[in-house]
Design a protein around this ligand. Structure first.
Ligand code: GCW
Length: 725
């Protein structure tokens, strides 16, 4: 009896020891996607594991700030899991891994680096192996945080650390997420639950989710967040909400993240009780100044204001006969004494114009040089609106004297919400690489927005983020990859979308090449698939009005023509496409040479942009030798085929990762296939009414007639009603 009892006690002690923060505790956590790419599972490669254990088991982390505290927490969370070993972290002495600034560590101050800290600025870092120690060095603790995350990424992606030597600095100043979160917690175009910001329990409750959100962002180098929708609720700048914002700012601060708010231009009236919001009215100017002072007294490192003005019904300076520059500058003056900035959106279009493509350029180029130097013009990647493919907005390269930043959309408003797999790293890369020719060849959008081409005072990149309170943050597990890619490219736009996808798969799932290679390939093909089954060859905006989920190329009669699909595709008996050459809206004149000449000619326009710029006859011969009609059909069908291939590939991944995520993605791919077929059939049958040509032999015939698909617009279930404003 006694012997048995003793055994039980020993067993219990072992079990308790095994659970209490012992090295491998991570493996017990459910794979629900919450940890995203910061999973810190044990390194599976035994040789590398030995190397990591020998190089990283003791850590010296110098410094004493809230940021070094969070570095400590991260290492404590990460290394025992990755190494499956005890790791000791201390403040002084020599170790395998040394982390510090010249100020906090004598060792760093006198170390003999290959690279140099002088170019690292406030956020950059060095990682080097010096005399057998891995060293992470930076000028600031935030730089150390970024360096630490980079080192962890190297371990997570199984990189050999022998002789490691990395020197890294961010290419743009503001690396920012824009939340389109309403104060009632619905998220405009958000498909992953309610807003992360629980205004009801703020300011008292600092939800640990805010910290995990900050960790994920900081791991990518993101450093700014606009917390609320650009269709802004004026209450955001009332005392009540500012007080709540203080808690959020406090949670994000150690991670180097500044908060911004979107403001409503009428606030001086709605919140301030003034009679006008005219930016030239002295009372209004005074009001904004006082408001800015108040915000900075609560949040000294507040980033500034993000503004959507005179666009889609949002108020702005036009009501007072003032232009965008005058409108922006009054806000800029108010935040300038505090080092704040104003991000003014270039997303404007009015129903009167004959071509929405032209509008932002026509509106803003005449104002170049009139904005204060702490204003940044935030421009969407394309001239219309985050479509599956757009040529780059000609505003990039046209604003020599106005800081201009790039706005991308991570949330999949036009890519099947959180139901479809559409890795957008490739889309982001496409625009960043596009050559504007603003200062001769090689003036890529990336080089424009990082201030190399025109020497901007402030630079940045913003991503409209999808996250919500869904356990896995983004709904579809693969939307995380676009968040990840956005962050990585915001840090360094020269990284490749493919390398980024590779990293993400390794960190999020496994380093097993039998999984990594095919899944990375699926991701790389996924955006093109989404273009092809929706709107190939330069078609655009064929969506059902409002929700933007399903197809409705037939949409014709709406109060605003530029919200209909026929406005964009202009299909008729002769052909299809929007003539933006001299015979049409001449929007191509907004591009620099040689692009203008290239886009003005059907034969030199890249086919992926063809119908963006030309109305082309159905019989036009394409590069493939097919007619335009046949090519269009071919593209629609290949889009569906690509989704079916993704399904086949994914099926082969069974057993290589956890069942929960495998099954979820599998089901989502089934939905995507169903939707892709509906898109294809709707568009092919509809355009056939103009081309009057048959679907060529060899393709599966649409299951139903066109009317059936038109009826689907009303009947088909739209996945999430929260697209609503
Ligand atoms: O794409 C459109 C969206 C709107 C959005 C707008 C914008 C925030 O459909 O929901 O409003 O763009 O970018 O302002």
């Amino acid at each position: 009896m006694k012997v048995i009892k003793l055994h039980i006690i020993i067993l219990l002690v072992l079990i308790i020891a095994g659970c209490s923060g012992a090295p491998n505790s991570n493996t017990n956590k459910a794979e629900d996607g919450y940890r995203a790419w910061l999973r810190y599972e044990k390194v599976a490669d035994s040789e590398l594991l030995d190397q990591y254990r020998s190089k990283l088991s003791t850590v010296t982390l110098s410094g004493d700030s809230p940021t070094t505290e969070v570095i400590f927490d991260e290492l404590q969370e990460a290394l025992p899991g990755l190494l499956d070993a005890e790791v000791s972290i201390r403040k002084q002495g020599s170790s395998d891994l040394i982390i510090g600034t010249p100020e906090s560590s004598d060792y760093i101050a006198s170390a003999d680096f290959e690279g140099s800290l002088s170019g690292a600025g406030d956020e950059g870092f060095l990682i080097e192996e010096i005399e057998g120690s891995v060293v992470v060095a930076a000028n600031t603790d935030i730089g150390l945080l970024y360096g630490t995350f980079e080192l962890l990424r190297k371990i997570q992606t199984h990189t050999d650390l022998d002789g490691i030597s990395i020197e890294s600095t961010p290419k743009v100043e503001y690396r920012m997420l824009n939340h389109w979160d309403n104060l009632g917690r619905l998220v405009e175009r958000g498909y992953a639950g309610l807003s992360i910001w629980n205004w009801g329990t703020l300011p008292e409750y600092n939800d640990p989710r805010y910290t995990d959100y900050a960790r994920l962002n900081a791991s990518l180098g993101l450093n700014a967040v606009a917390v609320n929708n650009v269709n802004a609720d004026p209450r955001m700048i009332t005392d009540q909400f500012l007080e709540k914002l203080v808690t959020i700012a406090k949670a994000l601060r150690p991670y180097g993240i500044k908060v911004f708010i979107s403001i409503n231009y009428q606030s001086p009236i709605t919140v301030g009780g003034l009679k006008t919001a005219d930016p030239l009215d002295p009372g209004v100017r005074e009001w904004w100044k006082k408001k800015a002072d108040e915000i900075y007294s609560l949040i000294p490192d507040f980033g500034g204001f993000l503004v959507k003005a005179d666009s889609e019904g949002q108020p702005g300076p036009f009501a007072y006969g003032r232009d965008h520059a005058v409108g922006a500058n009054v806000l800029a003056e108010a935040v300038a004494p505090h080092g704040g900035i104003v991000i003014w959106r270039a997303f404007v279009y009015s129903p009167e114009q004959s071509d929405r493509f032209r509008e932002a350029y026509d509106e803003f180029v005449p104002l170049d040089g009139k904005f204060n130097e702490n204003v940044i013009l935030q421009t969407k990647n394309g001239p219309i609106d985050f479509q599956p493919r757009e040529p780059f907005s000609p505003l990039f390269g046209a604003m020599k004297n106005t800081n201009t930043m790039l706005e991308l959309q991570i949330t999949q408003e036009y890519f099947g919400f959180a139901n479809h797999l559409a890795y957008q790293g490739t889309l982001f890369e496409e625009v960043l690489e596009a050559d504007t020719y603003a200062d001769g060849e090689g003036s890529s959008v990336g080089r424009v927005i990082d201030g190399e081409v025109f020497d901007y005072k402030h630079t940045g990149m913003a991503g409209v983020i999808n996250i919500g309170n869904d356990r896995n943050w983004t709904g579809h597990p693969f939307v995380q990859s676009s968040w990840y890619a956005f962050g990585r490219l915001a840090w360094d736009y020269t990284l490749s979308a493919e390398d980024i996808a590779d990293e993400w798969v390794r960190m999020t799932f496994t380093n097993d090449p039998a999984f990594v290679d095919p899944v990375r390939e699926m991701m790389m093909d996924s955006r093109e698939a989404g273009v092809n089954y929706r709107m190939p060859l330069g078609l655009t905006h064929l969506y059902a009005q409002g929700h933007h989920y399903g197809p409705a190329p037939w949409t014709a009669n709406l109060p605003r023509p530029d919200w209909t699909a026929v406005y964009y595709h202009k299909a008729d008996k002769n052909g299809i496409g929007f003539d933006r050459t001299k015979t049409g809206s001449n929007a191509i004149e907004q591009y620099k040479e040689p692009l203008r000449t290239m886009f003005s000619n059907v034969s030199t326009t890249p086919e992926k942009y063809l119908l963006w710029f030309h109305h082309v006859s159905w019989g036009h011969e394409m590069q493939s030798g097919r007619t335009l009609w046949e090519e269009l059909v071919f593209k629609y069908y290949s889009g569906v085929e690509a989704v079916r291939n993704m399904q086949k590939q994914w099926q082969k991944m069974e057993g290589k990762i956890d069942e929960a995520r495998f099954e979820y993605v599998k089901a989502l791919l089934e939905i995507q296939e169903r939707d892709a077929v509906r898109w294809r059939n709707s568009c092919v049958l509809y355009f056939q009414t103009f081309s009057e040509k048959p679907i060529p032999e060899g393709y599966e015939k649409p299951e139903h007639d066109l009317q059936y698909y038109i009826d689907q617009e009303q009947k088909a279930y739209v996945p999430d009603p929260r697209y609503n404003r």
